[in-house]
Each structure stands twice: as structure tokens, then as C-alpha cells.
Design a protein around this ligand. Structure first.
Ligand SMILES: [Mn+2]
Length: 410
């Protein structure tokens, strides 16, 4: 049977103030065509459907329109969705009475009762009415959702997550036949190591830890995960994957091939995993292509850009500019905007490099006030300053979780 694994759509996302609805539309149209052309049996959407817990009406319309089109075009396609840390679990699940009638499964958060968990988190996957696999549909787990752990353990939170997966996988083992595969879904930050290795490698203090995979890697045929935005295997495990986000969620991802994963299961085993590149609907331009140039040369390059303003605005490329500064340039942003006056481009970032690079993070990122910056941008810029490179994706993901918890008041 064939699965399509995707995650981290972040519907409603904006790059600086530029909203991305048109790009998401392009992706969703491509995805519908791909699901049909590739004859996919089950679509797995592994969390962060929406960018915020309070998605706009436009983003919600886009989501329901996609689900309805998928159902209309592919009556037999199974659709399974879990909540991510960006999603409001209750909001994602609220339309379930209607969606269940359309055979669409959405699990926003861990169900309150163990019985409900057994029913809702264990889903048979069918091809031509035959059960070929079982899915452990585990959503993003918040510390408050986890079962209490009474015993002395190194880490009660990791132990709680382990128990959730173990209970669901035990339930699957009790029901499945040997030729049926096991697929685990999750929205979490995993490391390749085991718990004992991990206890020395906690990512951050407090309750934010990278999870080990020891409790599921031997038990699943394929692990479909969301949360990290760049597609990757977990450690060296071919069968435990992050699909990554289908759209660039920052200009730093300009050179990265966004993708979804096509997964083939055969007689209870993993036959093939292929990445299907998502066509880039909007280009990200960098001026200059690498490094930085003095302002007059940057202005000249911007004036030479072939980007007609007559094109529809949602198709305008995003622009990332780097200027070499040897003395303070208070009018820098204004001069760049002036050079772009006749251009159909959307300025996202201006970086100043060189001896007179400003001390203020807002200046460095081209923001007019701190309000224009996300905590991730501030963190990334600080990391760049202190370590001379941007943070690794896993560190950034851990930081994003901390921010999310702080915003929720945990
Ligand atoms: Mn995400």
C-alpha cells in the first residue's frame, strides 16, 4: 500500500508581512494532483496544519476546501491528521462529527480517557478494503496531556511519552496479523539516541527534551513525523522520517528542496521511501547571490532585477538583501526601497555585514521595530553573531517549543 507523508503546512503563514495564501493554494493543488497520479491509499498529515492557534477564516477555508476536494476526487483515500504544537487541538477537532462522516480522522490532542485513546489512536489502514497496516495516531503531546508517572524514573515526561506510544503499539499488536505493517505518527522532537545516552544530552532545561526513539524504532515499519521543517531521517534510521514543510518558512530556506514523502509498504515491510519535490511557486531572490556588497552596488543590482510590477503581487519573488557596511548607513532601508520602487518583489530581510554592522538586532534584520521580529529571528541572529552561523534545525525547533510553552504560560 502507498502512503503520502507530509507535515508542517503552516496554513496562514506570513513571511514578514507578506501572506502566503496563493503559495499554499499552489501546493494544495499540486498535492491533490500528486495524490491522484501516484494512486496514494492514505494521506498522513503530521501536525502544524495551521501556523497559529487562531487561524484566519481564509486559512480555515483553504483547509476545508482541500479536504472536500480530496474526498470528492479520491473517494477511497484515507486521510489522517494529527495536531502539532502550532495547532489548537480543540479547534482542529471541533468539526470531527462532520469530518468523520467523510472518513477523515483528526486527532488534535491525546483523548482524556484511556478507552477513547484505544479507539481513536489505533486506525487500520486499508487498500482495496483489505487492512494492510495499522496506524498509531499520536498527536503532539503536551506535558499536561501525559499520563502521571508514579515511579522513580530519570525523566517523567519522556517516560510519559514512552507509555503513550507503548500503549497504542501494544493495542495494535493485539489486533494485527503478521503481514500487516505498523505506522506511527507523531509531532515531536526526536534524537537518534537511547534514553540512557539522552539523559546526558537533554536539549534544554525545564520540560523540553529531545525524545529517544528506542521505544518505537523496533516496533514500527515506518514512523511519519512532523515538527522539524527540513526533511530528514532520525539518526541513521531509514524508516523514521520527518517530511519537513512543503513551503519555505523563512528566506534562509531558499536553497532547500521542500518535499513530501511517498512511502510504499509491502507485506508488512517497508518497500520504498521516495521524496517528491514540491514545485516552488514563488522564488526567493538573494542580492547578492552570496556574501554582501557595498550599498551602491546593491542598489545597482536591485535596479537591474527583472521583476515586473505588473505581475500579480502573490507571485512576486521574496527578496533577501545583504549589504556590506563600513560606516553607519541610517538611510539604508529607505535607499533599498527606493531602488525597488518599480520592481515586483517583496522585501523580507536586509542584513548588514562588515565593520560597521549595527549592534541592534532590529537594524541587522531590517526591522523598523522589535514588533516586526519573531523570537526565532532574534534567536537566529544572536546565534549568528555569537557562533558565526545560524542555529541547526534541531536547536531552532527546541527554541520554538520553548517559545510556544512560554506563550501558553507553562
Ligand atoms: Mn511546524
Amino acid at each position: 500500500m502507498r502512503l503520502l507523508h507530509t507535515a508542517d503546512w503552516h496554513l496562514g503563514h506570513a513571511l514578514r508581512d507578506w501572506e502566503r495564501t496563493w503559495e499554499h493554494d499552489q501546493f494544495l493543488a499540486w498535492l491533490l494532483d500528486t495524490l491522484e497520479a501516484e494512486r496514494v491509499d492514505a494521506l498522513l498529515i503530521c501536525g502544524d496544519v495551521f501556523d497559529t492557534t487562531n487561524p484566519s477564516a481564509v486559512a480555515q477555508l483553504q483547509w476545508y476546501r482541500f479536504l472536500a476536494s480530496a474526498r470528492r476526487r479520491m473517494p477511497k483515500l484515507q486521510i489522517i491528521v494529527i495536531g502539532g504544537n502550532h495547532d489548537a487541538a480543540g479547534r482542529l477537532e471541533a468539526p470531527n462529527p462532520i469530518l468523520q462522516a467523510l472518513a477523515i480522522e483528526i486527532v488534535g490532542a491525546l483523548p482524556r480517557s484511556a478507552e477513547a485513546g484505544r479507539v481513536r489512536l489505533v486506525v487500520p489502514l486499508r487498500r482495496e478494503a483489505q487492512v494492510e497496516a495499522w496506524a498509531a495516531v499520536v498527536p503532539f503531546l503536551r506535558p499536561a496531556d501525559l499520563p502521571p508517572v508514579q515511579e522513580e524514573v530519570t525523566d517523567p515526561l519522556i517516560e510519559g511519552v514512552r507509555r503513550v506510544y507503548s500503549t497504542v503499539l501494544d493495542e495494535i499488536d493485539a489486533q494485527r496479523e503478521t503481514h500487516q505493517a505498523v505506522v506511527a505518527l507523531g509531532h515531536a522532537y526526536f534524537v537518534g539516541g537511547t534514553l540512557s545516552e539522552l539523559s546526558e544530552r537533554k536539549i534544554l532545561g525545564g520540560n523540553q527534551h529531545a525524545l529517544p526513539t528506542d521505544f518505537l524504532r523496533e516496533r514500527v515499519t515506518y514512523g511519519a513525523f512532523g515538527h522539524l521543517h527540513l526533511a530528514q531521517k532520525i539518526g541513521t534510521h531509514e524508516h523514521l522520517r520527518y517530511s519537513g514543510s512543503p513551503l519555505p518558512l523563512s528566506v534562509a530556506e531558499a536553497g532547500y528542496p521542500h518535499q513530501v514523502l511517498r512511502v510504499d509498504l509491502d507485506r508488512g515491510g517497508l518497500a520504498d521511501v521516495q521524496s517528491l519535490p514540491v514545485p516552488r511557486a514563488v522564488h526567493i531572490l538573494r542580492v547578492p547571490v552570496t556574501g554582501a556588497l557595498p550599498l551602491p552596488e546593491v542598489e545597482e543590482a536591485l535596479r537591474r532585477l527583472d521583476a515586473p510590477r505588473s505581475a500579480p503581487q502573490p507571485t512576486w519573488p521574496f527578496l533577501d538583501v545583504a549589504v556590506e557596511v563600513t560606516r553607519p548607513e541610517p538611510a539604508l532601508i529607505r535607499r533599498i526601497e527606493e531602488a525597488l520602487r518599480d520592481k515586483g518583489v517583496r522585501l523580507v530581510r536586509v542584513t548588514r555585514q562588515g565593520s560597521a554592522a549595527p549592534r541592534s538586532l532590529g537594524d541587522a534584520l531590517g526591522a523598523t521595530s522589535l514588533r516586526d521580529l519573531t523570537p526565532e529571528q532574534v534567536f537566529t541572529e544572536l546565534h549568528r553573531r555569537t557562533c558565526q552561523k545560524p542555529p541547526e534545525p534541531d536547536l531552532l525547533a527546541a527554541f520554538a517549543e520553548l517559545v510556544e510553552q512560554a506563550q501558553r504560560g507553562h
